[in-house]
Design a protein. Sequence first.
Length: 320
Amino acid sequence: MKVTVLFSTYNGAKTLPRMLDALCASTLKKDEWKIVAVDNNSNDDTSQVLKSYQNRLPLEVYFEPKQGKQHALTLGFRYLEGELVIVTDDDIIPEPDWIEQYIALANEQPEFDIFGGLIMPEWEQKPGPLLMKYGHLGILYALNDDLPEGPISAALISGPNSAFRRSILGVGYIVHDDLGPDATVAQFPMGEDTAFALRLEKNGAKAFHSRRPQVRHIVRKGYIEESWVLRRGERYGMGLVIIRPNLFDSKAKIHGVPVASTLRWLLMAPASCILRAFPQSGFRFKLLWAQSVRQGILRQFLKQRSAASNAVYTRMGADQ
């Protein structure tokens, strides 16, 4: 056993067949790798889809009832084997030599422990020219075609196509609490994959990007709609507060909330409402995107302030 491919899935029945069919075409012998798939309490046909591939793939299926990607991957970490762990998502289409390319890359770059591969789009419906020109496609869809080959910051490692030497992983998938996809929460802070890679980098691991391990990331047609794009911007802002707190350390705050971000959001709120009624343009998109990111930043600071207050009240009650 050389490699474990690990992913969690929630209601992935629509994308899993394309992913698993592609893995069936893997050029690596099936006794040299395995897949650990964790069903994160799906309520569609995910379980049946996964089971239907177990006679065609070296596939182990586990079930995690506690909602949240980090809980599902924490369970998956108990079943890792091999020297290399490929962590991915349930909506990718890998090239046949995907796993072999990661093995070769790890052998060629012994001083690196974290690896990222090329992520290209598999559009269900191609976006319009404005989104293609002004949209932050890396943030929106984890695309990284503009990333050069070579050493990179772990902050640039993307969840749909990443690999790690098992020796550096430790015992669990450790990220910040409440970070990442959770079906019970409408708006969650995104960036759990980045947080995981950055934690490993902080412990001394170095990251390397290669275009050779390639996947296509399925982008559903609903994900190019403006409403989804702006919600994604808000999630990105929420994640910034957790993943890059240093960005806000020196900012003036009132009751724990950044003053400048609050004022900018308040000033732009009326304009944003008016802009939504205007025809689409690059100027309109950039302003609405910036406002969505600011809204996410403020939402997360307010959430953290509320959690801190509740913790204080809980301690006071315990002391009494």
